[in-house]
Design a protein around this ligand. Sequence first.
Ligand code: NA7
Length: 852
Amino acid sequence: MDFDVVTAGAGFSGLYLIYRLRRLGFSVRVFDEALDVGGTWYWNRYPGARCDIPTTDYSYSFDPELEKEWTWSEKYATQPEILAYLGHVADKYDLRRDIQFGTKIESAAWDEEMRGWRLRTSAGDEVTCRFYVAATGCLSLPKKPDIEGVDRFGGEVYFTGRWPHEKVDFTGKRVAVIGTGSSGIQCIPLIAREAAQLTVFQRTPNFSCPAWNGPEDPERVARFAADRDAYRQAARWSRGGVPIEPTDVIGTAAPEEVRRRRFEEAWQKGELFAILNVFADQLVNPASNELVSEMIREKIRSIVHDPETAEALCPKDHPFGTKRPCLDTDYFATFNLPHVRLVDLRKTPIKTITETGIDTAAETFEFDAIVYATGFDAMTGPLVSVDIKGRDGITLKDKWAEGPATYLGLTTTGFPNFFMVTGPESPSVFSNMVVSIEQHVDWICDALDDMRRDGYDTIEPTPLAEEGWHRHNADCANITLHPLANSWYMGANVPGKPRVLYPYIGGVDRYRAACDEARARGYLGFKLTGPGGERCNDGVIRRLQPDVSLVLEAMEAMNLPALETLSPAEARAFMDQSAAIRPPGPAVGSEEDGLVPLDVPLEYRLYRPESPGPHPLVVYFHGGGWVLGSHVSDEPFCRDLCTRSDAAVLSVNYRHAPEWRFPAAAEDAVAAVRWAADNAVELGTVPGEVAVAGWSAGGNLAAVAAQRAGVPLRGQLLLCPVVDCDFSRPSYEENAEGYVLTRALMEWFWDHYCDPPSRTDPLASPLRAASLEGLPPAVVVTAEFDPLRDEGDAYAAALAAAGVPVTHLRARGHTHTSLTMVDVVISSAPVRAEMASALRSLFPSLAPAAAA
Ligand code: NA7
């Protein structure tokens, strides 16, 4: 084989790869179509091109000596300065001797026999290598402008992503710029300085904030100088690759003056990660996002004099941050100049480019030059534009026809020994690229080194690992507002491109932890083969829903006491404190309190939907292990259930253990359901349309009531119910610790509630009932990381076997408690929506609406 490693691309990634591989003693060859190093910074030479991550951060960290000898002249360096930096890096480490410029890799094919790659270059050579690394960047393939007549124009034509090397002079010319992404927003103010007339064709207005460029931020420089190692470490373990303290201010909950202050500070700071960090929830909560969006619009309106132009420049069709936000210098003010005009293509779309200019639906324009700032086929474009054939001749393009599937954004099944630097499903464009590039190059080089040491020469992810990572990406994406936007993050700028969130939104820190963990666990999810044999530690690296992990981590950091170490009184006080600080849940139509008139009366709260009644009635029992809680302790969940199901929810208290041991709670539940069924009309609900519901121990009581109440019920909703006293099922073993409801806590609950001999009584363990035939239709929800999962599954199966109609929802990646954490665990909302819809379909008065 000619080389150990061949790489496409001589930008930040390719250069660092050469540096690292050489030091490890691997032979390497880099090919690049450009005539020198630089990658993105070689091609994007348009006026105003600069990075929009502070340059202190947007630089290599691998060699402190390099940092010492290079000083950036500005907070945001220009393209020529960054290109000079990369040239300096190439010189310092003598990297150019391993690069073949002016040469593109046109095809790559995996050769199974050779256990390596055969590459063909644009120079017509064949090159072979063991490992092929695509270091081609995320935004390197300009998108062909999908506009009629692009080839007709007879004047000067420029593409921001392929700008000429010689100075372009627009003095005295009539210039058109099409596109208002980062490139357009950066070049428009500078072109306006030269051009006689500048017309900007805008399809979608973009959020942009002032960069306040100038000397480097002294605070940042001082922090860096004080402890560069700590600074770099903080960047590596930050959310976006720039050290910044993530806020915990919730936008919708913050007072107006706090909102304003945080926004103004971020605006004045002129940094993307500051303006993306005004509120903790701005990328997941539409209302919080709108607060930031509107404050930016106010700024735009205050800068742009002409109200109509100002309004046209205000983005309204996507939440802030879901399209790449920009940093600018005088962008909005440029539209106050008399020779600059904005054409809103939403009102008057381009009909065609002509020989002399542009025709819109309303006007004919004549130009001397047209600048296309129309963007890129991002992320996957540069990868699939090379004809890469993996095992069995399958091309990457075909494999990814429905969207990219990768393991860790680094590798993909069927393509052994193929690595991507900052590939799709890695943080890449959501991060400071240089930090992500170094991390990927380090991971790849470490892997190659480990393999060589252990006698392996091929590495490939497993289908299970890839599927798991792909799903985790989607889980992360789905809790954000990103899917709402037609962005290039979502592939929406290229006609026909699959619509998924291409980069990983889970954060640089969490991502790094996942990559490190895969390696530390013996290359979890990879198959390694070689003369030394084969090794495969198969598995999925992230199985919890991302927001469930966040909550668990936050709880761990708080060092909370284990409930089972407290007395019931202490545990109750602790639960009350926790309840006081949680979000309240959605507003419902009305709430009334009352008493179920039993010997020991039971308090209730009745939640009614906003819609006109009468509604069906759901009698609900709260969770808390028969020991904790009350009729209002699951309030956010009850409100959510009421709103989503359009049924009235009667949350009834019951007598708690240890003061009242078994069967007090069960008897209360049975009696309460009978009372509610008998009093449906008095409660203002539809007679004959009563169901029971409950969570956890409340699910136990609901199941018991469904068996024993002896009144006609429309259904039973059992959320993570306790249905058996047997602790020997695997879920008790797998989830014994770490997911809030522990095995020890369940033991504590049972001990308080019920003596061991009575626990097998079906009144305590409804799974043990002699027969389940004839019970009302059931909606059973079980959570993957719940000790009670298997007994819930068993109950759903037993009900179905007894002929009871069952909807069984298995909540993937959830815990016993996460499904009830309304407005905290966002990923639980779709499960609750499904649950509520299954429930409402059981009520005849609601079923037609459910079907609609
Ligand atoms: P972007 O951000 O993709 O911007 C491209 C712009 O061009 C955007 O405003 C597009 O409008 C517009 N566009 C694209 N096609 C057309 C057609 N056919 N007609 C009119 N307008 C069009 O690319 P950039 O080069 O600015 O920035 C890329 C990244 O580089 C940037 O985010 C940084 O990470 C660095 P649309 O929004 O699609 O309606």
